[in-house]
Design a protein around this ligand. Structure first.
Ligand code: ADP
Ligand code: MG
Length: 256
C-alpha cells in the first residue's frame, strides 16, 4: 500500500519543490517505487524531474477532471527513477472548473486509490496557497511534510497551515497528520538559525526530522538541468542530506 505525503507550506520559495523532487529521487535510490505528483501550475517539480511541461500529452489536470487515470497520465522519468504526474499552466484553470463539481476535494484521492499497489510512496508538491488544489493534496494524503527555513517568523507562519491541517483532519480526512517539519536551506554559521532550530525542537519535539538540509548551491543549480540535486550531483552535501532524509522517511514509515 502506498504511503501518500504532501509537501506543503503556504509560503512560496521555502523549498517545497526542492524537497519533493529530491526526496522522490532519494527514495528511488534506496529502492522505493515512487510517484511524484505536481499540484503547482508552475510545473517546477515536473521540469525539475526531467519532464517537459509543454510537451505532456496528459497531466494532473486531466486526472482531476476525470478525463484520464493516473496510470494513463503519469510518465516514468528514466534519469530520476520515479514516475511523474506532471502539471502545467492548464492546472490553474482546474481551480475554477472544480468549483461546480461534486466531491471536488476528493478527486485526487479517488484517482490515486487505483494505483495504490503500484507504489511505495506518493509525494505531492503543493502550490504556495491553501487552495482547492492544496485541499485535494491534503485530502489524498496520510501526512504532511513541512519544509521550513529557520527564520525569525518561521513559527508564526506555521499557524495557518497547522489550522488548515486540523480542519481537514476534522472534516475531510481523519488519516491526515503532520509527519514532520524539515529544516531546509540551513546555515549553521548563522546564530539565529541555530536558535530557531532549537526552538522548533523544543516546541515540536519528534515532529522535527533529525535530518537537516544545508544551504547548498548544487541543489539550486540542478533544476536548470532538469534534474533533482540527488541525480545531478550525488556527492554534493545537499544531495547526501536528501538521501539521508529518504532513509529517515523509510524508517519512520515502518513505525507509523
Ligand atoms: P518552493 O517550491 O517552496 O517555492 P523551491 O523548492 O522552488 O521552493 O525553492 C526556492 C529556491 O530556493 C529555488 O531557487 C531553489 O533552487 C532554492 N533552494 C531550495 N533549497 C535549497 C537549498 N537547500 N540550498 C540552496 N538553494 C535551495
Ligand atoms: Mg514550488
Amino acid at each position: 500500500m502506498a504511503k501518500i505525503f504532501c509537501v506543503a507550506n503556504q509560503k512560496g520559495g521555502v523549498g517545497k519543490t526542492t524537497t519533493t523532487v529530491n526526496l522522490a529521487a532519494g527514495l528511488a535510490k534506496v529502492g522505493q517505487r515512487v510517484l511524484m505528483v505536481d499540484l503547482d501550475p508552475q510545473g517546477n517539480a515536473t521540469m525539475g524531474s526531467g519532464v517537459d511541461k509543454r510537451q505532456m500529452a496528459l497531466s494532473v489536470y486531466d486526472v482531476l477532471l476525470e478525463s484520464a487515470s493516473v496510470a494513463e497520465a503519469a510518465v516514468f522519468s528514466e534519469k530520476c527513477g520515479y514516475h511523474v504526474l506532471g502539471a502545467n499552466r492548464e492546472l490553474a484553470g482546474a481551480e475554477v472548473e472544480l468549483v461546480e463539481v461534486e466531491r471536488r476535494e476528493k478527486r485526487l484521492k479517488t484517482a490515486l486509490a487505483e494505483v495504490d499497489a503500484a507504489y511505495d510512496f506518493v509525494l505531492i508538491d503543493c502550490p504556495p496557497s491553501l487552495s482547492m488544489l492544496t485541499l485535494n493534496g491534503l485530502c489524498a494524503a496520510h501526512g504532511v511534510i513541512v519544509p521550513m527555513q529557520c527564520e525569525y517568523f518561521a513559527l508564526e507562519g506555521l499557524t495557518d497551515l497547522v489550522n488548515t491541517i486540523k480542519q481537514v483532519h476534522a472534516n475531510l480526512n481523519k488519516d491526515l497528520a503532520i509527519i514532520g517539519l524539515l529544516r531546509v536551506m540551513f546555515d549553521p554559521r548563522i546564530t539565529l538559525q541555530q536558535q530557531v532550530s532549537d526552538q522548533l525542537k523544543s516546541h515540536f519535539g519528534d515532529k522535527v526530522f533529525d535530518t537537516v538540509i544545508p544551504r547548498n548551491v548544487r541543489l539550486a543549480e540542478a533544476p536548470s538541468y532538469g534534474l533533482p540535486g540527488v541525480v545531478f550531483d550525488p556527492s554534493a552535501r545537499g544531495s547526501q542530506a536528501f538521501v539521508a532524509f529518504a532513509q529517515e522517511m523509510v524508517a519512520r514509515i515502518v513505525k507509523l
